[in-house]
Design a protein around this ligand. Sequence first.
Ligand code: ATP
Length: 671
Amino acid sequence: MVLSFEEIAKSYKRIEDLSKRLEMTDELIDLFTGRSPAELEYIVRLTKGEVRPAFEGIELGVAEKLAVKALYQVTLISPDEIEEKRKTLGDIGSLAEEIMRRKMQMSLFSEELTVDRVFKSLEKISLVEGKASQDHKLKLIAELLHDATPLEARYITRIVCGKMRLGIADMTIVDALSYVMTPEFSDIIEKILSLRPGEPIEASVKAISTHKTAALNSLIDLISHPKKNGLDPDIIQKVHPLVDDLRSRIKNNRKIMVKAYNTHPDLGSIANKLMEFGIEGLKTIHVQPGVPLRAMLGERSSSIGSILERMGGETALEYKYDGLRVQAHIWNEEENRSIVLFSRQLEDLTDQFPDVVDYINDRFQGEDGIVEGECVPVEPNTGRLLPFQLISQRRGRKHSLQEKVKEIPVSLIVFDCLYSNGNDMTNEPYLVRREALKGLFKDLGENIEPEKGVSLSKMKIVKDPVIGETFFNMSLEDGCEGIMAKSISGSSVYQAGSRGWHWIKYKKDYRSELSDTLDLVVIGAFHGSGRRKGRYGALLMASYDPKEGIYRSVCKLGSGFNDQHLFEMVSIIDELSGPIEHVWKNVDSKMIPDICTTPDLVLEVLGAEITFSPNHTCSFGKIKDDAGLALRFPRFTGRYRSDKGPTDATTEEEIIGIFGSQNKIISDRSS
Ligand code: ATP
């Protein structure tokens, strides 16, 4: 049976009206169930609003003006009238839906859109290049809109303009796929029902067919408290193992999926493989030069002593360089060497750093490899580290790139090896990876030599906290922001995509009492007055709760902005703003700013301390009834964390952790 695009558009509409992560997962499960491999791949890609994974650099991102032109061609409603409506509605999808509704009244003939046709047309749009590309794109969009219902037009225009923004995190898609790909699910449910377990359990089990993950959680909750829920212990004894079995199967499948996603972050192709070969098919996904891995991240600690305790008494310490994390992939294709650089957000940075590519090309002596390092600005004569802000001036630059390359020389300081000479190194312990890293480059030393362009991170293995503290101070003197402690145990593998205790960061900020930088997401803006008239006076900032996929407010940020920031902020906020019901689907805030924005932009913020506040929703009610946690005296450090997506922002849990350790410092001091 051919899958109509209308069916998935209806599902997107339902998702838009939901805000809870579990409910979204349930809707996705329905959307994903019973599809062919290609259909599931297309659906997953469309849900993410893309036709290819972001790391391939193929983007839709058509200008809204072009979509408006296509709407005019299809409906013949005057461009002025469409433009007027755009101003009131704000969002291109709602505009298309409304305009197309009028076209329906004109009842033109049209052919039903299938998912296959929509996807393939969008793919063509993304690939069109050259002189007449705008006309060609316009024609393709108009053809789709001609046959679209108003609801379909809502999502086609959003996807085409790169504004799908359903608020679904990749991990929610992974959760839904884990459920769909656990085929034993219905068998186990049948087995439970055949036990005739009695009313509350039967009702709960039956609810699973409609409320999926939410109902499974209630069932687990129900049988975990048999006494309180008045359940027969004999029945519970039989039901429990079946539910546990089900839960562990889903969990296990999820684990395999997450591993595959972390080494090959392309959910579309993962979905296709899953449908074709089942969960076992994912075990064939391996680290591969050209496909970026999701970065390993570290926890934080506030003393060398506690780091050593965590690491079992001995640890490697490396300088923590302040720049831009780069994952360099080097391989040969038909005798030619390919070098591709990826950012931490898995964007292709190769064109922005031609000098780094040249350095690697000169110095690399392996067959192939994937290495990670920090790209830092350096003083060309001495190799002295320069402030990280300079590197931002090299990012996203297309014009006068060559001038900037000369003006802001950089070096790559490599610190990890994930692939070497045909071998996946991610399962090897840290010290083995470091040896492999040394072997991949000619003459690789720990001193930065600007003309060589590639050096190795400075490292020392320590047991003694005093020696560790000296190394830390040396790192600050040399212009670093602190150190990274790295486990040297046999199990210190590279954990792609996760934040764990194999790496622990210890930064300068952590020692300055209650101040600590947080990476917070902008969720809205307040108009400025006085000197800031016509600009924004403050931004509403949020932390992230990955469990529920929700952004919760944590402070109103008004300090630390210079004139340049205030100027830039106007167009940035404009780009992210939209009707509250569209942009704030996964935002939880009591404060309503003048402008609401899609959670997307991450800023580095310094604060005095974390305090209770009845006005902010971060961890509301978790530590104290009727109060959340807020950052006091927040100040923008001037650093746009464009290397971080919103889901990489500081989490609610981290803020609770900082609040706890801050109070510990206070009580230690007063005792
Ligand atoms: P921060 O906000 O402190 O920059 P983060 O949240 O970006 O950190 P973390 O895992 O907390 O990420 O810190 C690791 C980051 O530190 C890496 O992403 C990398 O860019 C940088 N870094 C600098 N030097 C090193 C090093 N020697 N080893 C690992 N990472 C390093």
